[in-house]
Design a protein around this ligand. Structure first.
Ligand code: 5AD
Ligand code: SF4
Length: 483
């Protein structure tokens, strides 16, 4: 494991090792030499800042980037006015791309003030040819660009970025490789994401993820369990198992004899010290009875299921290539609720998919009313170049707006009612942080993922405590500490 690595024992004058991750540790050692030179010249260590856009997968990847930067000797910066800034980007919707381009302008300003500064970009957005061309044409101040498949090579790229001239671009089209045991710097000491699989094979017609994250491949169960045991020994109480579609865990790569997702959950349950288990994301088409059973019997799996609906219209679901219908989704939600009555269901909804009519939006509203989600993330459809839906006839913007407003109003109304059902009860809360608005409060989460704010101090962070849920305020609770 990386924690046992002594960088002084690595011979940086020898040729780089061919095998991974030894090769990356060699480059971390070489970067440490560059950092020492920087220190001699500037009487301080270089600082680094990692900015994440997008989903939980990216957040986990960023912890790996930060871990590598720390091992390479960089000090952590608390703003983007740093010596090394890396953006881990998202491209699921176009506004994510626009935000990155907007902020790059600001970085260019910082770079003019600090000519030693280096700017790096990685993540999903970098897997798009159009983006790379735009960067090369108009953003030549960017020093390093890499994608999702070669993130494990970051130490090597970092070294090359400091020793070569011009913009270094290294994008791979795909990979079947999973490199384990690189340094990680966790954002929270008490909870952690754990990748169980990478990529996606579903090709929903609106979605760019299968193109930028590549084909589905699962990590070996023994690697996952080893990581979780190490995390538990390091004080982690809550793990979030991450994958684009965790319900198809173990099916790819072919020829491997991995366990199913419910079997994996049973094994994770056995890890001592882990008190809460979450997972993201479940595709409704692959959610098995076995999973419901395992959740029902479990003491540790949280009472929360994120089950993206995308649309309540069977006609639109078919065009989206989702492979379920309005009725089968409703039946699944009902079955889950019947088996696990205290569960919270949350979802994702896309409004304005090509061909969506008012009637289709009504179907979505009907599902929201029937299922009673605790929360729903509602997105305006974003046209992504290269996906099948991009060439379908688009819905006019004003129509999309109208449907969006109606759907959002329905989500808010039903969720407000639904979330409130625990008012007055005392339930365990994992305390995550000092409240952002009021420092005499802390913020944590119920097992069902609902946020709770209550009076308390930093000593509670990372503990699971009993909190009386006094007042529900829409999507969250104000509570009172009981234990
Ligand atoms: N436009 C809008 N929303 C999208 N999502 C994925 N692709 C698009 C798109 N092109 C949403 C889906 C998915 C969530 C992560 O992002 O709802 O579940
Ligand atoms: Fe995109 Fe569908 Fe894969 Fe989710 S399951 S990442 S929405 S293609």
């Amino acid at each position: 494991m990386y924690s046992e690595i002594n960088f002084d024992n690595i011979d940086i004058n020898a040729a780089p090792p061919a095998e991974e991750p030894a090769r990356q540790y060699y480059y971390m050692a070489k970067c440490r030499e560059l950092v020492r030179e920087f220190e001699l010249k500037n009487a301080r260590r270089p600082t680094a800042f990692t900015q994440t856009f997008g989903c939980q997968m990216n957040a986990r990847d960023s912890e790996k980037l930060s871990g590598i930067l720390r091992s390479a000797g960089f000090a952590e910066a608390d703003s983007e006015e740093a010596d090394f800034v890396i953006y881990n980007t998202c491209t699921v919707r176009d506004n994510a791309n626009q935000r990155v381009f907007g902020r790059l302008g600001v970085l260019n300003g910082y770079k003019k003030k600090n000519p030693q500064m280096k700017v790096a970009l990685c993540g999903c957005m970098m897997q798009e040819d159009l983006v790379i061309r735009k960067l090369q044409k108009s953003y030549s101040f960017v020093d390093l660009v890499f994608g999702t498949h070669n993130l494990y090579k970051f130490a090597e790229l970092l070294y090359r970025c400091y020793t070569e001239k011009g913009m270094l671009v290294d994008i791979w089209k795909d990979t079947d490789k999973i490199v384990e045991d690189l340094p990680v710097e966790r954002k929270y000491p008490f909870k952690s994401g754990v990748n169980i699989m990478f990529g996606c094979n579903n090709f929903c017609s609106y979605c760019i993820v299968p193109y930028v994250r590549g084909r589905e491949r699962s990590r070996a169960p023994e690697e996952i369990l080893r990581e979780i045991r190490t995390l538990a020994a390091d004080g982690v109480k809550e793990v979030m198992l991450l994958g684009q579609n965790v319900n198809s865990y173990g099916k790819e790569p072919k020829g491997t004899e991995f366990m199913t997702f419910p079997e994996l959950l049973r094994e994770v349950e056995k890890v001592e010290g882990i008190e809460r288990i979450r997972f993201m994301t479940s595709h409704p088409k692959d959610l098995s009875d076995e999973l419901i059973q395992v959740m029902k019997e479990s003491k540790k799996i949280c009472r929360h299921l994120h089950l993206p609906l995308q649309s309540g219209s069977t006609r639109i679901l078919e065009r989206m290539n989702r492979r379920y219908t309005k009725d089968s989704y409703l039946a699944l939600a009902e079955k889950i609720r019947r088996e696990i009555p205290d569960i919270s269901l949350t979802t994702d909804i896309i409004v304005g998919f090509p061909g969506e009519t008012e009637e289709d939006a009504e179907d979505t509203i009907d599902v929201i009313r029937k299922v009673q989600f605790d929360n729903a993330f509602t997105f305006v459809y974003s046209r992504r170049t290269g996906t099948p839906a991009a060439v379908m006839e688009q819905v006019p913007e004003d129509k999309v707006r109208e449907n969006f407003d109606r759907i959002l109003a329905c989500v808010q109304e039903t969720a407000r009612e639904r979330v409130k059902r625990f008012e007055g009860q005392t339930l365990p809360v994992l305390v995550e942080e000092i409240n952002e608005q009021d420092a005499s409060f802390v913020t944590g989460r119920l097992s069902n993922n609902t946020v709770v704010h209550f009076a308390g101090d930093g000593s509670l962070i990372g503990r699971i405590v009993d909190v009386k849920l006094k007042r529900c305020e829409g999507f969250y609770y104000i509570g009172e500490l009981m234990s």
